[in-house]
Design a protein around this ligand. Structure first.
Ligand code: PMP
Length: 362
């Protein structure tokens, strides 16, 4: 078998090796059915048990908050950008958005199309390299919800604490940091995340929502885009992305084995600490992009003195088996995405490489 790469891809991203091996072992014959899980009806008992297990595991990892439901929807987090305003903006209401960077902006633009987008706070003055102070966030009087992006994948920023919105539903795009740390779900009305970073392969988007928000939806929007359709049919209104959901269930089981959210959080903080210490201790050879208090423990963004040197770094890293260190095309620079499944050893190898590169190019 070939060696596993040091995988720092931003998404789709590394999956735990144990998960891949378990999936491989039951790939051809799932639970003695004589077929793979991809080949069976989504209306059968075998598939449904996996589907329900994944929902239960997710809620259990989140501490079994009462009154919440897990939905599996297709179309990525991008479809949620549109579904949120379509479902929640009744006449005269707006969605209030905290503008933290590229993904928040995409979410905001969909609310604009729906006719009700409001800026509750922005860090544009800081070039989106910081999360606005929670105290500066001011939802509109006629807000239907406050929307935040808990982790900006491209800029490499992350909320360390979440705003308290009282009775106003707080909605969060957690695509790039879901289940990376312990947090209080009860603060949120709705959380969504494309699976392809911390939860599994692409193809499924996980929504965790207060039942009172999703039980009824407007009837003037397409059936498939109503939260109530997915809620009332246990995410089986139409054919679900069954293999992706099966993989999510495997990843959730793996997170349980890591000691749940507290376990993965401790590991993630160690990993990010090692990498940021290497950047900060390089005497300016490497420079962190995000402001200290807003640094992400999932997407570590950094720069070097010149684009030429960054190109050289990327090329040399690829020769040593490191994958995915190039920053997003919209911002350039360097980025290491260190999601749950990226092992400490990969970050150790990367920081060793960075020190060596500095010695030979500094
Ligand atoms: N939100 C965030 C924070 C993301 O990182 C991404 C994908 N990189 C998206 C939304 C878009 O997700 P998708 O491709 O699943 O639509």
């Amino acid at each position: 078998m070939s060696k596993r790469a040091y995988n720092f891809n931003a998404g789709p991203a590394a999956l735990p090796l144990e998960v891949l091996e378990r999936a491989q072992a039951e790939f051809v014959d799932f639970r003695e059915t004589g077929m793979s899980i991809m080949e069976m009806s989504h209306r059968g008992a075998v598939y449904e048990s996996v589907h329900n297990e994944a929902q239960e595991r997710l809620l259990s990892l989140l501490g079994n908050p009462s009154g919440y439901k897990v939905l599996f929807i297709q179309g990525g987090a991008t479809t949620q950008f549109a579904m949120i305003p379509l479902n929640f903006l009744s006449e005269g209401k707006v969605g209030s958005y905290v503008m933290t960077g590229s993904w928040a902006d995409k979410a905001f633009k969909e609310a604009k199309i729906a006719g009700g987008a409001h800026v509750a706070a922005t860090s544009e003055d800081k070039k989106f390299l910081a999360i606005p102070d929670l105290g500066s966030i001011k939802p509109a009087d006629n807000a239907a919800y406050l929307h935040i992006t808990s982790n900006e994948t491209i800029e490499g920023t992350q909320y360390s604490e979440f705003p308290d919105t009282g009775s106003l539903p707080l909605i969060a795009d957690m695509s790039s940091d879901i289940l990376s740390r312990a947090f209080d779900v009860n603060k949120f009305g709705l959380i969504y995340a494309g699976a392809q970073k911390n939860l599994g392969p692409s193809g499924v988007t996980v929504v965790i929502a207060k039942e009172e928000l999703i039980a009824e939806s407007p009837s003037n929007i397409p059936t498939i885009l109503r939260y109530s359709t997915h809620y009332k049919n246990n995410s089986l209104y139409n054919t679900p992305p069954s293999y992706s959901i099966y993989m999510v269930n495997q990843v959730l089981k793996w997170i349980e084995e890591q000691g749940g959210l507290a376990g993965v959080e401790a590991k993630n903080r160690d990993k990010a600490g090692l990498l940021y210490n290497t950047i900060d201790g390089s005497g300016g050879f490497y420079r962190g992009v995000a402001e200290q208090g807003s640094r992400s423990i999932m997407n570590v963004t950094f720069r070097m003195e010149s684009e030429e040197l960054e190109k050289k770094f990327i090329k040399a890293s690829e020769q040593e088996g490191f994958v995915g260190l190039k920053g997003h095309r919209s911002v350039g620079g360097l980025r290491a995405s260190i999601y749950n499944a990226v092992p400490y050893e990969s970050i150790k190898a990367l920081t060793d490489f960075m020190s060596h590169f500095q010695k030979t190019n500094g």
